[in-house]
Every structure is written in C-alpha cells, then in structure tokens.
Design a protein around this ligand. Structure first.
Ligand code: COA
Length: 330
C-alpha cells in the first residue's frame, strides 16, 4: 500500500492589516466585544490587486521550496477555495500557470472545509497510485464577499493562503479521514446571489444578496457538536484515541468554539492550536496557516499526531489525522 505524507508546508498572509480599532470606525462595535466574543484582534485583507490565486501562488511557492521538489515532480494541484478569482477558469488553473506547473489542476469547493476535502482528494489519488506528488492549497479572500456595514459578519473574516506538498510514502502520513455534508443546513451560512440560482442584478446587489449571510448562533452550535464527532470518527479510523493527539488543529472561526471543543473532547487547551487572534477566520486557508505556524515556531516533531478538523457552509465538516513525518522547520 502506498501512503501519503506531508513533505512540505508554506503559507502567505497579505500585508494589509485590519484591526478591531479600524472596525470601530466602520461599524457600531468595540475592540472589547470582538475580543471577548471571538478572540480576534486583527485580520489581513488582500490588496486591491491581489486575487485568491495570488495568495495561493505565494503559499504554494513556500511549500514547494520547503519540500525541495522540482515543479515537474508535481503530478496534481488541488486547490480548496470558496472565493475563486472567477466562476471560470478555476483558481487552480490560474495558480498552476502562475507557478509554472504543467500538471492537472482542480478547485474543490466546500467552504471552510475546503482544505480538508482537498487533502482527502490528494490522499486518495496518491493511495490509488494515480499520482506520486500532489500540491494541496487552501486559499480564500472572503473579505471580498463581506458587507463592511454588517457588524455581525465583518469582524470575523480575513484573507490568506496555506499549502502543503503531499507525496507517496511507505509509512503514513495521512491516516484516518472522516468527511460529512448536510445540505439541509445550506441557509445557515450562505452568499445567496452571484451563482446560477440568483444571478447578480442591480436589485439583488441593492439588497446585499452578494454578501455573506450567517446565522451565527446556529453555526456556533453546529461547530461545537460536529468538531468532536468528526475528530473521534477520524481517530477511530486511524486506530487512535483522543489521548494520542499531540496537536488539535481546528478551523479557526472563534476562540470560544475552540475552547468549547477542547473541553468536550477532553484535549488540554495548550494542545489546541489557535492563531485566530492575528488572522481571524481565513476559511480554506485557516488549517494550513495554523499548521504552518506550528511548524515554523518549531513545535512539530516526527511522530506527532495531528488532528486537522474543518467545518463550514454547506453544511460541511471533516477531519484528517496525520502522523507528522518531517524533520524540524527550515
Ligand atoms: N459588535 C458589537 N455587537 C455585536 C456585534 C459586533 N461586531 N455583532 C453582533 N453584536 C450584537 C448583536 O446585535 C446582539 O445584540 P442584541 O442582543 O442587542 O440583539 C449581541 O451582540 C449578541 O449577539 P449574538 O449573535 O448573540 O452574539 P454571540 O455571542 O452569539 O456572538 C458570533 C456572535 C457571530 C461571534 C458567534 O455566534 C459566532 O462566532 N458564531 C459562529 C460564526 C462562525 O464561526 N462562522 C463561520 C463558520 S465557518
């Protein structure tokens, strides 16, 4: 059996910062409210000339350099996003040419769970020996879809990208995976207009239907239920239990979600990776960004067990258990 292992990692954050103080000038909010209700202090905004593919290319360059592979070694590019540059061509196609790659490239769209779904796609392709080396990217510029007059949503999101290079290996690597979707919860978190259901018209634009709409309380309840469930299922599929987890790397949406999940799973808080204060909710980028943070500060050691766990619109969720096989950070 051929396994899949992460051999390179990289990330990118745009330069422009949006602090809570900046948001106080835009909407009726306060630094204190945002910090205590979400844990977010600041987030990054893609520059006006930066699209999602630009973020993806920067993160992927770092991951490819970290892996030490040549561009021609990459057999497949899978890019998770829900803020594509265009409806088509895919953001993966634009990223592929920007990186000078020749391999097939495809977008995976599962909102904030997109990176987990993309990693599952890469793993399955490697395990079935249809590819040896796969570039997996999570990239989003969701602030492009946020209404900066809506205080319930505009304080939450930020832009960024993270990437990993996954390669065939004799040892895992990627272990158990659990994925789920429940489309009956589609209305809980949605960008209603701009697709085939509700094409953008002046009337719909005036109603703001092209912006993120969210029932925050419902998303919160969903997240704190589904994260422990999917984590336990993926661990069981790996023959492991919660006590074996070195690092829980959940999607970064709200510090209170992370705290509740730590308690429900029985994972000590210091084992739950949190980067939310500085980046906010970066959607598909959030898990690889958090993983890269862990890696670059030198907190990952060969043999560590990582539980990467996502959730988001769809509703979607999923967990991937990874045994870390790489040496220390570059
Ligand atoms: N600043 C100040 N007040 C705000 C505010 C803001 N940015 N946003 C909302 N409020 C107000 C509300 O209007 C409400 O006022 P009211 O009681 O007068 O009506 C009050 O704060 C409480 O709102 P509520 O929605 O109950 O707050 P909350 O504690 O549930 O926190 C979220 C709201 C959005 C932070 C929280 O529900 C959340 O994080 N949910 C998950 C969202 C998420 O993760 N989305 C992405 C998933 S991928």
């Amino acid at each position: 059996m051929s396994y899949a292992a992460i051999i390179g990692i990289g990330s990118y954050l745009p330069e422009r910062r949006l602090t809570n103080a900046d948001l106080e000038r835009l909407v009726d909010t306060s630094d204190e409210w945002i910090l205590t209700r979400t844990g977010i202090a600041e987030r990054r905004l893609a520059g006006e000339d930066e699209a999602t593919s630009d973020l993806a290319i920067a993160a992927a360059r770092a991951a490819i350099a970290d892996a030490g592979v040549a561009p021609e070694d990459i057999d497949l590019l899978v890019l998770g996003t829900s803020s594509p540059d265009h409806v088509f061509p895919s953001t993966a196609a634009l990223t592929q040419t920007g990186l000078g790659l020749r391999c097939p490239a495809v977008d995976v769209m599962a909102a904030c769970t997109s990176f987990i779904y993309a990693l599952q796609h890469a793993t399955a392709t490697i395990e079935s020996r249809r590819a040896r080396t796969v570039l997996v990217i999570g990239a989003d510029a969701l602030t492009r879809h946020v209404d900066f007059t809506d205080r319930r949503t505009c304080v939450l999101f930020g832009d960024g990208a993270g990437a990993v290079v996954v390669q065939a290996s004799d040892e895992p690597g990627v272990m158990g995976i659990d994925l789920g979707t429940d489309g009956s919860g589609a209305d809980v978190l949605t960008i209603p207009a701009g697709g085939s259901a509700l094409p953008c018209t002046p009337d719909r634009l005036a109603q703001g239907l092209h912006h993120v709409r969210m029932n925050g309380a419902e998303v919160f309840k969903f997240a704190v239920r589904v994260i422990p469930e999917t984590t336990r299922r993926a661990l069981a599929a790996s023959g492991l239990g919660v006590d074996d987890v070195t690092w829980l790397v959940p999607h970064q949406a709200n510090q209170r979600i992370l705290d509740t999940v730590a308690e429900r799973l029985g994972v000590p808080r210091e084992r739950v990776v949190s980067t939310i204060a500085n980046v906010g909710n970066t959607s598909a980028a959030s898990i690889p960004l958090a993983l890269d943070d862990l890696y670059t500060v030198g907190n990952l050691r060969p043999g560590d067990v990582l539980a990467l766990v996502g959730f988001g619109a769809g509703l979607t969720w999923g967990a991937v258990i990874v045994r870390w096989t790489k040496g220390p950070a570059r």
